[in-house]
Design a protein around this ligand. Structure first.
Ligand SMILES: [Fe+2]
Length: 201
């Protein structure tokens, strides 16, 4: 059964990644609703483009994180991302062309993939990242969990960091952000763009 509702079973206990997962689930649910309501083609296209953009940004973030902590199962994890990327590329034009059967198949695949990937693959990754943080920095746990620690200068972080444009809640506009292990950091105000209440470990 298709289900794009984020629940605690999907939680991986890395604040930033959990926030991105919730976002992804919300975007996928938006696409599902648009398809069910037989929204105009332009609306469906917007939802698809949003899903593609959110997915790519999120996968890139996870892959950069896994590489930065030398995650041994990186290839296995990335293969799963690549499968989802391929399906998105394959189905997106069919859905945009109004192929209802393709839309059904894709939503079925995506909901199963989200549930399986977050509840197993991402949890394994998160466990490794937490262990890595514990063993490599004294402030590791706080870096994932506390706003006070976030305000401290970065510890043992090697740049340069990948950059992306996203909305900054402090600047209230689209700004360049660096993707760091503790999340997206706005280069204009040095704030994280995800609010502290989304952080927990
Ligand atoms: Fe992942």
């Amino acid at each position: 059964m298709r289900n794009f509702r984020w629940t605690q079973e999907n939680e991986i206990f890395l604040g930033q990644i959990d926030a991105e997962h919730r976002d992804l689930f919300r975007v996928a649910e938006g696409l599902q609703q648009a398809l069910e309501e037989q929204a105009p083609a332009a609306t469906v296209k917007q939802h698809l483009e949003s899903l593609i953009a959110h997915t790519e940004e999120h996968f890139s973030h996870e892959e950069w994180l896994m590489q930065s902590v030398k995650y041994p199962s990186y290839n296995w994890h990335k293969q799963q991302h690549d499968t989802a990327r391929r399906r998105l590329r394959l189905f997106s034009p069919l859905i945009q062309a109004g192929d209802a059967e393709a839309a059904e198949l894709f939503l079925e695949f995506l909901s199963g993939w989200f549930q399986d990937h977050t509840s197993l693959t991402d949890r394994m990754m998160a466990a490794h990242i937490r262990n890595y943080e514990r063993s490599h920095t004294a402030a590791g746990l706080e870096r994932w969990g506390s706003r006070a620690a976030v305000a401290e200068p970065a510890v043992n972080e090697d740049g340069p960091f990948p950059k992306t444009m996203r909305f900054c809640k402090a600047c209230l506009g689209e700004t360049t952000h660096e993707i760091r292990s503790r999340g997206f950091v706005c280069l204009s105000c040095a704030e994280r763009s995800v609010s502290a209440d989304l952080d927990r470990d």
